[in-house]
Design a protein. Sequence first.
Length: 255
Amino acid sequence: MYRLVVCDVDGTLLFAPETKIANSLFVRINNLCNMGVEFAVASGRTYHELEKMFFPVYGRITFLCNNGGVIIRNRRVMFQMPFDRLDVLTFAQKVRDEFGVNVILYGAKSSYYIGEDPAFIRKMHDLYGTDAVQVASVSEIDADIFKVCFSGLTLQQKQYCSSWAPSGSYLGYDEHGFTEYLPMGADKGVALSFWQQKQRISSAQTVAFGDNRNDVSMLRCAEGSYAMKNAKVDLSNVAKYTTESVEKTLDDLFF
């Protein structure tokens, strides 16, 4: 019997152009929790994004945020894998000074951004509200950082960034004008494995859903591993099953 359900968000629970999680999923999550089955969200998104998206059930589920760099439960940090703080702040400031691009640095529960472009500032307000703090330089940041993002880099500038990036970091995302770096230990599989051990839940008692390359390690931690049929990459060598709908599969497995 499965005791833990872990789901990626974008491309798994949420499909463009949708921006809100279906209320029907919240009903299923509540039913699972009432049955004693844990539900966790594993995403590259930040905690403050995910809490708002899953607000109707946020107190009942676990968040594996920033691609597994942070685990938060009931607004408490349970696990974290941050950058070396000096290294990432130095990197972010260097890119800002050299290219003048907008910079976002993500903490466990707050984000910090550098940039004067009105459209960028509005976007930060729309996405993060008061959870995002505008700063003039990285010297104003006194927090662990789990992800750094630059917007508007050219191809040549990205090449420079790759050579300047902190050792032990990797390029986690580079689409739609945003380029993100994460610490090497930030991994959905590492985070899930930690949570399974903490909760004394085995891989045989875990079901996971994903659609992209950053879900591979997570899927390997679950014997009930499902790739979405619309997956962005071929996950057939990792996932045992495929599905078109997480909700339908949950119904088949539990209800």
